[in-house]
Structure formats: structure tokens, C-alpha cells
Design a protein around this ligand. Sequence first.
Ligand SMILES: CC(C)(COP(=O)(O)OP(=O)(O)OC[C@H]1O[C@@H](n2cnc3c(N)ncnc32)[C@H](O)[C@@H]1OP(=O)(O)O)[C@@H](O)C(=O)NCCC(=O)NCCS
Length: 169
Amino acid sequence: MKFSLDIVKDYDHKWLVDLHNDPIVLHNITNPKPISLEEHMSWWNNLNFNKDKRFIFKIDNINAGFVKVYSIDYFNKNCILGADLHKDFRGKNLSKHMWKLLLDYVFYELKDIHRAFLTTADYNEPAKKLYKNLGFIEEGRFIESLFRNDKFYDQICMYILKENYINEK
Ligand SMILES: CC(C)(COP(=O)(O)OP(=O)(O)OC[C@H]1O[C@@H](n2cnc3c(N)ncnc32)[C@H](O)[C@@H]1OP(=O)(O)O)[C@@H](O)C(=O)NCCC(=O)NCCS
């Protein structure tokens, strides 16, 4: 299989909206409200692409996921990461390939990033396992910061330093 990150093309936006509105994706992100294509385009057109990098993850040139690097702080050399895999590709142990491309990009292509951060819902078992396997370390929790199905859940805060990622390779 060939794994790659590709720039977002105009014709990808409808696919991105469908991915975002997937019930499992909505369940796992902070704001569970579905979005329209118009809302998505308005958000996209207002992004500051200096501080915000987004790519399509492709498997054999087919759209399989969406990866994001945002809040890039060039002074303090850190950023926040996230990624969603399309449902057709989940549960097949493919997410590590998406994340390795993302971390390669962050630590070897972006200028001088020292630390990457992410959050995940406490109930997101595949995500927690994936991030731990990649070398992310839990550094705390946003306690009861997610409200789902009438219950509050923690978000787990995780980080990885460039030196840890190099050690993992
Ligand atoms: C998070 C996500 C990228 C993970 O990808 P995935 O295809 O579901 O997971 P994978 O098949 O690659 O498995 C990842 C790891 O989790 C493990 N895993 C999978 N389901 C699990 C479960 N229910 N409980 C515990 N571990 C689980 C796998 O065994 C694997 O670990 P291993 O390599 O040590 O065997 C994907 O589920 C996704 O995009 N979900 C929807 C959106 C989302 O949650 N995004 C992330 C928000 S933080």
C-alpha cells in the first residue's frame, strides 16, 4: 500500500464535510454539531495557513483521512495535532501510517518544532492506544470537559517531543 499526504483540492471539500459529519467523528470531537458545506467553506477560507496546515491522507491515492496541524507557535516551537480516518479504513491498523506521515511532517518538514500536543476523549479507546503506541505521553486531563449523552467525560492531554519521536523511529 502507498501512503501519502496531499494538499486539499477544491473537489475534496464535500468529502471533508462528510468525514466531519460521520457520527463517530462527531461523537469524538469537542463540538458534536454537524456542519454544512457552506459553514465548512467559510471556516476554510478564514484559516491562517501560516499557523494551520491541513492535508488529506491517501492510501493508494484514495482519500482515507484528514490530518491537521494547528495553533503552530513558531516562537515556542510547538503545535497541536489531530487526525480522523474515514470509516472505510478504520479498524485495520492503518491509523499509525497516517500519524507517522503527520509526525514526519511536523518534526522534519515544519521549521524547528520541538513539541506536539493533542487531546482525546477518555472514551476513545483506539485513539488512546494509537497515541501511546506512537510515543505520546499523558500530561493531564481537562476534567469533565466533554458533555455526551447526558454525562461528562474527561479529555486526555498528551504530548510528544521531537527527541521522543526520533527515539521511536
Ligand atoms: C482514532 C482513529 C484514527 C484510530 O484509527 P483506527 O483505524 O480506528 O484504529 P487502528 O485499527 O489503527 O488501531 C489503533 C490501535 O488501537 C487498538 N484498538 C482498536 N480498537 C480498540 C478498542 N476498542 N479498544 C482498545 N484498543 C483498540 C488497535 O488494536 C491498535 O493498537 P495496536 O497497534 O497496539 O494493535 C479512528 O478510529 C478515527 O478516525 N476515529 C474517528 C475520529 C476520531 O476519533 N478521531 C480522533 C480524535 S482524538
